[in-house]
Design a protein around this ligand. Structure first.
Ligand code: CMP
Length: 143
């Protein structure tokens, strides 16, 4: 088992519906430690930069408009196999396919507005963490 960090976002639909505390609790209850967190409101160009890998997808405009439509909570989560563990807790991208007991099954309303985002690999986690957090904003569980 490896101690990892991953990037988590509570999307505008989650913040709008007052789910921040409930969602962060799920992470803590499942042995993921919040080592940095903040609320931000992305501009459209910041959302486009974050999701640049999806630039050619038909849903890119819808996705970036949604992600800049209101505040989000970005967090760095740390734990054993944090990248895959966080994705398990979130559930499948499409809430209709998400397993029982997952965040998306319980809260997400659609594929586009699916309440949470999580890095899909350790490499992308490093890139995504650096997109939102400076070195001085990061701590680790040993500090
Ligand atoms: P996320 O994990 O944030 O990564 C990319 C996002 O694109 C994904 O969650 C979905 O919210 C969104 N997405 C993926 N497929 C579609 C789609 N077909 N239509 C709209 N949004 C989508």
């Amino acid at each position: 088992m490896a101690l990892e960090q991953t990037l988590s976002i509570i999307k505008p639909d989650g913040v709008r519906r007052n789910l921040v505390g409930k969602i962060l609790s799920r992470f803590e209850e499942n042995n993921l430690r919040i080592v940095a967190t903040k609320m931000i409101h992305m501009t459209i160009s910041e959302a486009e930069g974050f999701y640049a890998v999806h630039r050619e997808r038909p849903f890119f405009s819808e996705l970036t408009q949604f992600m800049s439509s209101g505040p989000v909570v970005v967090s760095i989560l740390e734990g054993e196999n944090a990248v895959s563990h966080h994705r398990e807790i979130m559930g499948a991208t499409n809430p209709a396919e998400a397993a029982e007991g997952t965040i998306r099954r319980d809260y997400a309303e659609s594929l586009g507005e699916n309440t949470v985002h999580g890095s899909d690999s350790l490499e992308n986690a490093a890139v995504e963490i650096a997109y939102f957090f400076s070195q001085t904003e990061r701590v680790n569980s040993a500090s």
